[in-house]
Design a protein around this ligand. Structure first.
Ligand SMILES: C[S@@+](CC[C@H](N)C(=O)[O-])C[C@H]1O[C@@H](n2cnc3c(N)ncnc32)[C@H](O)[C@@H]1O
Length: 312
């Protein structure tokens, strides 16, 4: 972490400000080993450059392995361009919206959204993730003084209320045990006039999602090394899905990533991501809009299936 980001962090248990003890500094200047301590005596270690507010990765082990295995998969310029278009049409965030913003990335993964945000002129950012993805992401941002990565649970966020200009959680909250309650943790952390945007899975109740949920029972229990091998069939499944008529049957009974523009490696990543998580839920636009209204966010924009942005 960077010492100048200390003021953005809080004890997730008590909400108190924290003090920083530095044991070792990385050549970049980043605090590498040390601790964060609250006045009531709670201590959180800083290990390998990352404050650890969660004792381990709990139910997100699949993501810990996924984001180390596919650390660089989504960061090529053409992939970031596609992401930028996706974010604009799905979350209503245009490239100019990142400029000079104080940003919280909830569920940072390997950091593709963080990369896009930094490239578009972000001021400062905290990226949090419950999994050891934070260690993979850190390798991309080690020298960037704008980014501190933190291992923490969305249900116990270690951040000060009313702090951020923009909070985004892309493809994360539907992988928690309670997507709705996880979302409600975000609006208190945004400034008045700031915004919160989330992208969660749509397609609630669709046959292919129910079939995939059944396969997930088995796949999520397999050794991850085996699942990395099985994921290699994703490009083949995609080609089967494109066969007229027969493809429709395959699409429902052997679901796999269907996007036409992604690379074979992205297809493997998407397959692994689809079948290994402990939790995966699907939602509707009216449902997610209601969550934003419940959080008293205004000017709510509901796009895509399902991407929503609202302002405080
Ligand atoms: C599908 S990945 C998306 C990562 C990134 N937002 C992206 O779009 O590439 C979902 C991420 O959510 C994280 N996650 C799941 N449950 C979480 C929780 N309770 N708190 C914080 N992060 C969580 C996982 O560890 C994983 O990195």
């Amino acid at each position: 972490m960077w010492p100048h980001h200390l003021q953005l962090l809080r004890d997730p248990r008590t909400g108190e400000a924290l003090s920083l003890q530095i044991a070792k500094t990385h050549p970049s200047g980043r605090v590498w080993e040390g601790a964060l301590t609250s006045p009531t005596g709670n201590t959180y270690r800083i290990e390998n450059g990352v404050p650890r507010f969660a004792p381990n990765d709990k139910y997100t082990q699949s993501f810990s392995e996924q984001w180390h295995h596919f650390k660089d998969t989504m960061l090529e310029p053409e992939q970031l361009k596609a992401l930028s278009e996706f974010i604009e049409t799905r979350l209503s965030i245009s490239p100019s919206d990142w400029k000079d913003q104080l940003f919280l990335d909830v569920g940072v993964g390997a950091g593709k959204l963080m990369r896009l945000a930094l490239d578009n002129g972000l001021k400062d950012a905290i990226g949090i993730d419950l999994s050891y993805a934070v260690d993979a992401a850190l390798q991309h941002f080690i020298n960037d003084k704008r980014v501190t990565l933190v291992q923490a649970d969305v249900f116990h966020l270690p951040c000060a209320p009313g702090t951020f200009d923009l909070i985004v959680s892309l493809g994360v909250l539907h992988h928690t045990p309670d997507c709705h309650q996880a979302f409600l943790r975000l609006p208190p952390l945004v400034k008045t006039g700031g915004s919160v945007a989330i992208g969660v899975y749509g397609g609630k109740g669709q046959l292919k999602h129910r079939v995939a949920a059944f396969y997930r029972i088995f796949f999520s229990r397999l050794p991850r090394s085996v699942m990395f091998q099985i994921s290699k069939i994703a490009p083949l499944l995609y080609r089967l899905h494109r066969i007229p008529v027969v493809g429709t049957v395959f699409r429902n009974w052997l679901p796999a990533p269907v996007q036409s523009t992604i690379t074979d490696e992205e297809r493997e990543l998407a397959f692994f991501d689809w079948y290994t998580p402990s939790y995966q839920s699907h939602h509707t636009k009216p449902e997610v809009k209601e969550w934003f209204e419940e959080a008293r966010l205004k000017n709510i924009r509901v796009l895509g299936d399902v991407g929503v942005r609202g302002w405080k």
